[in-house]
Design a protein around this ligand. Structure first.
Ligand code: NAI
Length: 333
């Protein structure tokens, strides 16, 4: 198959080429998919996209006209694809449902530890030979309560890691994981109670109409004043304006985020010479107790290998006129 890989990054191309084993004709472009860049897909059977690409109805209609039959996401999340429109247009869509929940959960823990122990500030001081310790006090995580919102693949790894730290676990999810209850003593509760009781809150739900702005001023109001919130899921699960208000009012202790509500068009490229004019990002960057990474929780060798292999598996299945286990669209051919 002729496949156009949108949003191709130098770090992932070798993994995709290796997994391809020269079976498909892959073309890599740096551009993200949008209604403007859909044109590039003329003559391709399939495209592959990542989280910053936008497959809205208009873009999908264009892709259909250009002959694209398949879309494989190189991501777990698929909030950027209008699946209903894709099904109607007979464009088959598949994702990589699990490539390494460890990569994301371990990154969430990295954000938490870095914030708690103020490692960035500490390292900046040491680089200037300032060994003063004032302002670097953290807390023991042992015995603290960690609230996990979304106890699926990533959230359950997060629960197990935090159990290893000696933390008490609370969970909120629309479906309960019995193993977390019996083996890790996690207690499921309401979102409100989780927010009230947790010292640390880690978010691992997908972005959908139910989870959009799930964390808003009403929930933040219930939280402990020194709560640490970690979001490696999707930016818009948090109402960013409410969060900034809470940070200004010192209603929360710290915020670690790998994802940002307005990250599309900003993340994944060097913007240091043309600083993005996003007032929310500029404000967040100004808080000493906010730590932002640029959506790179997935960036481990193991995850990149699995993403590439599953993406190529999806393409292989389609090229053999078979279904992929990872299909998100419901198309009867
Ligand atoms: P998963 O599907 O295994 O788990 C999601 C959990 O959220 C499920 O247990 C589900 O029941 C629960 N859930 C869904 N809607 C809910 C609602 N309205 N209220 C409460 N619980 C709800 O997904 P996984 O693999 O754990 O990934 C979670 C999210 O992490 C992905 O959707 C994606 O957006 C994000 N992600 C971020 C990455 C990054 O690099 N920062 C990389 C991979 C995923």
């Amino acid at each position: 198959m002729k496949v156009l890989i949108y949003s191709a990054k130098a770090f992932e191309i070798p993994y995709l080429e290796k997994a391809n084993r020269k079976k498909h004709n892959l073309t890599f472009v740096e551009n993200a998919l949008s209604s403007e860049t859909a044109m590039q897909a003329v003559g391709y059977d399939a495209i592959s996209i990542f989280s910053a690409d936008e497959a809205c109805f208009l873009t999908l209609e264009k892709l259909k006209d250009f002959g694209v039959k398949y879309i494989c996401l190189r991501s777990v999340g698929y909030d950027n694809v209008n699946l209903r429109a894709a099904s109607r247009l007979n464009i088959r869509v598949a994702n990589v449902p699990a490539y390494s929940p460890y990569a994301i959960a371990e990154h969430a823990v990295s954000l938490l530890l870095t914030l708690n122990r103020k490692l960035i500030d500490s390292n900046e001081r040491v680089k200037r030979y300032n060994f003063n310790l004032d302002g670097l006090v953290g807390i023991d995580l042992n015995e603290k309560t960690v609230g996990i919102i979304g106890t699926g693949k990533i959230g359950s790894v997060m629960a197990k890691i935090m159990n290893g730290f000696g933390c008490k676990l609370l969970g909120y999810d629309i479906s309960e994981d019995k193993e977390l209850i019996s083996n890790y003593n996690l207690r499921y509760t309401t979102l409100q109670e989780l927010c009230e009781l947790s010292d640390i809150i880690s978010i691992h739900v997908p972005l959908n109409s139910d989870t959009h702005h799930m964390i808003d001023e009403d929930l933040i109001f219930l939280m402990k004043k020194d709560v640490m919130i970690i979001n490696t899921a999707r930016g818009a699960v948090i109402n960013t304006e409410d969060m900034i208000d809470a940070l200004k009012k010192k209603q929360i202790g710290a915020l670690g985020m790998d994802v940002f509500e307005n990250e599309k068009g900003i993340f994944f490229k060097d913007q240091s010479q043309d600083i993005p004019d996003d007032p929310l990002l500029i404000q967040l960057n100004a808080f000493p107790n906010v730590l932002i990474s640029g959506h790179h929780a997935f960036l481990t060798k193991e995850a990149l290998t699995n993403i590439a292999e599953t993406t190529l598996y999806n393409l292989d299945q389609w090229s053999k006129n078979k279904e992929s286990d990872n299909e998100l669209t419901d198309i009867t051919t």
